[in-house]
Design a protein around this ligand. Structure first.
Ligand code: PLP
Length: 464
């Protein structure tokens, strides 16, 4: 299958012409990128013939696994029927309408928030830009144009456009490009392992961490705050799973001050947490829900915002043009693939199996990692999971940043035939939702192998 790929040639062309995202260009030129040539099920192969279990579902998106013919067929069929038409000038297309109606039927009503409307984009970043525009338009229409400030969290990931990166709480991203843009501010993240106080329970910490939102609202001025944006579980920040007490307290606070709640579910929707949408897992009531990634299982770019009726009502009833949209808003091919992907997920009950016994099995196996001498705080939430690599478990001593322990472990994962991602001293994983028990066992075998090799290397260097 790979006979036709000349790895060295592709790597040379890659170095010569392709500037990769989130990459140290100089460093990559010295190495040559790994060429991924094909994929099937839960595995990808590189051009040298190595088979790698994809524990990250691509970038948290290939929820249905690779090689799903019906998604390719849906794209092919739609391309031959209507490959493109815009929806700017009072026109529409069948897949975009059908998918919007389908999403409205999947998103459960929560109290006075029901989700009947969808605004489309092609990515998570664009969707969050749309959120900023929509939230400010909403308050303008309500005669409160001074409500401009959007509160987010440190270490959040909301994309890489100017607004997306500003909403995100990644200091490295803010440092390049004069970010954040005005009227975006951040509070701490609900990371108990790092921010919990001695003697404080996770539940106590969750309430305290949510309290940072109220403090921020009061310091900004409650009449100036437009919205709070957060991921149900912080993904790219390292799979930070909030204590159960966190989201109810956040809900109480946003309700008290009347500010909009944006749930960025680019990772957490479409079965990842065992539900169609992430807010169902934690039982809160967002006004806007950002989606992208797994809506098409990553087979084609598509994103958007589920607009709850509190916001939609104002935008629709007040009238006036919303001066915002994208060439590819409601792209017929992307929406056709989205429809096919949702149908596949319904038929195979992917959210239900993550919610049910397969998710429970993953949780149990992953928690066993806490017995490993290098691991602490290993836990899952649906089909995302994270653990901390720890230097001295008994003393609770963490590795120093320059030990780059995550990078050491990530290299051993690749070497062992597993994709797992490193975020500082955390190792994180988000496997395809199609995994069987045997697949989970195989993934765990590879995780243990990589951890043992990492431990051996760290000991040889005198670091563990
Ligand atoms: C990936 C991600 C985004 C950005 O999506 P892109 O499609 O890369 O623009 C936004 N929010 C969250 C939570 C994400 O994980």
């Amino acid at each position: 299958m790979n006979a036709s790929i000349d790895t060295a040639h592709i790597q040379a062309l890659d170095s010569a012409h392709f500037l990769h995202p989130f990459t140290d260009f100089k460093d990559l030129q010295g190495r040559g990128a790994r060429v991924i040539s094909h994929a099937d099920g839960i595995y990808v192969w590189d051009s040298e013939g190595h088979r790698i279990l994809d524990g990250m579902s691509g970038l948290w998106c290939v929820n249905a696994g690779y090689g799903r013919r019906e998604l390719a067929d849906a794209a092919h069929q739609q391309m031959m029927t209507l490959p493109y038409y815009n929806s700017f000038f009072q026109t529409t297309n069948v897949p975009a309408v059908q998918l919007a109606a389908k999403l409205a039927s999947l998103a459960p009503d929560v109290g006075d928030r029901s989700f009947q409307h969808v605004f489309y984009s092609s990515s998570g970043s664009e969707s969050n830009d749309s959120n900023v525009r929509m939230v400010r338009r909403y308050w303008d229409l309500l005669g409160q144009p001074q409500r401009k400030v959007i509160i987010s969290r440190l270490n959040a990931y909301h994309g890489s456009t100017m607004a997306g990166a500003s909403l995100g709480g990644m200091s490295g991203m803010h440092a390049q490009g004069d970010l954040p843009i005005p009227n975006i501010t951040h509070i701490g993240q609900p990371y108990f392992f790092e921010n919990g106080l001695p003697g404080e329970s996770a539940e106590e910490f969750g309430v305290r961490a949510a309290g940072w939102l109220e403090e921020k609202i009061l310091s900004v001025g409650p009449d100036k705050v437009a919205a709070f944006i957060a991921e149900p579980v912080q993904g790219a920040g390292g799979v930070i799973i909030p204590p159960d007490s966190y989201w109810p307290e956040i809900q109480r606070i946003v309700d008290k001050y009347g500010i909009l709640l944006i749930s960025d579910e680019v990772i957490c929707a479409f079965g990842r947490l065992g539900h169609w949408f992430g807010y169902e897992k934690f039982g809160y009531k967002p006004d806007l829900v950002t989606f992208a990634k797994a809506i098409t299982s990553g087979y084609i770019p598509l994103g958007g915002v589920m607009v709850g009726n509190r916001v939609a009502k104002v935008l629709i009833e007040q009238g006036g043009e919303f001066n915002h949209g994208y060439t590819y808003s409601g792209h017929p091919v992307a929406c056709a693939v989205g429809l096919a992907n949702v149908a596949l997920m319904e038929r195979e009950q992917l959210p239900q199996r993550v919610h049910g016994d397969i998710g429970a099995y993953f949780a149990q196996r992953f928690a066993e990692l806490n017995e490993h001498p290098l691991v602490t705080a290993a836990e899952t939430c649906g089909f995302v999971a994270g653990m901390v690599l720890i230097k001295d478990k008994r003393a609770g001593t963490r590795f120093a940043e320059q030990d780059a322990v995550g990078m050491v472990c990530r290299a051993h994962c690749f070497g062992s035939g597993l994709v797992m991602r490193a975020v500082g001293d955390r190792m994180i994983i988000a496997p395809p939702l199609t995994m069987s028990r045997a697949d989970i066992d195989e993934m765990m075998r590879l995780i243990y192998l990589a951890l043992d090799l990492t431990h051996a290397e760290l000991r040889a260097k005198g670091l563990a």
